[in-house]
Ligand binder design. Structure first.
Ligand SMILES: CSCCC(=O)C(=O)COP(=O)(O)O
Ligand SMILES: [Zn+2]
Length: 208
């Protein structure tokens, strides 16, 4: 049993993470043990998934508390291997309340095939899922970063680009990071982005 203050707020956060994991699994975005999910509680506590579990079968005990620096509050816990990519987003923007990471087929293939350092998404009505977008007649960049097993080093590469990010970002051959003011918003953004990536992949396949 982890050393955790289990109050109503923690219960809500934990339930949202469990349900979001199920939703991502249903959509095929977290194969095997891929993906990680977190949210920030109103009092500033951060809840994140344990490392190595299947995100479609999470229980409350798979959701653990970390400090803003990404250290498990209970040292017996092992937080997601990608914890620092979550905490850097919370540190970057106090309005961020949830962060989601998935490994969909579309995110994986497109991130490996695109030679430039961003995928451009243009002309899609669904771009309006993203805050501030009021028309399909626009073009947004989804930045691409090289994968790195050293997550602290990867975080330093991502950091200077965060200020301009409107959609989220991709890690090559790995997956996508998306966030929102709360879990509902983060899930809606992930769903919108995955839809756009699936469209881009289908268009590429049609051309081939
Ligand atoms: C089998 S996926 C490899 C690790 C990964 O990329 C991932 O998203 C899951 O890692 P975690 O430590 O959060 O379970
Ligand atoms: Zn991953």
């Amino acid at each position: 049993m982890q050393n955790l203050k289990v109050d109503e707020s923690w219960g809500n956060a934990s339930r949202q993470i469990v349900q979001a994991g199920q939703r991502m699994d249903q959509r095929g975005w977290v194969p095997a043990t891929a993906g990680n999910l977190s949210c920030r509680l109103p009092d500033g506590r951060i809840a994140i998934t344990r490392s190595g579990g299947h995100k479609g079968f999470l229980t409350d005990s798979d959701v653990i508390e970390i400090t803003p620096d990404g250290v498990p509050v209970d040292p017996a816990n092992r937080a997601s291997a990608e914890t620092l990519l979550h905490t850097q987003l919370y540190a970057h923007d106090p309005a961020i309340g949830a962060v989601l990471h998935g490994h969909s087929v579309a995110a994986t293939i497109l991130s490996m095939d695109e030679p430039s350092d961003a995928i451009t998404l243009a002309g899609y009505e669904v771009l309006k899922v993203f805050e501030g977008q009021t028309t399909h007649d626009t073009s947004l960049e989804l930045p691409l970063f090289h994968n790195d097993q050293d997550i602290a080093r990867l975080a330093t590469v991502v950091a200077p680009k965060l200020v301009d990010m409107r959609l989220g970002y991709l890690i090559r051959g790995h997956g996508v990071y998306v966030w929102g003011k709360d879990m509902f918003t983060a899930l809606a953004r992930l769903e919108g982005l995955e839809f756009l990536l699936a469209c881009e992949l289908a268009r590429l396949q049609k051309k081939a």
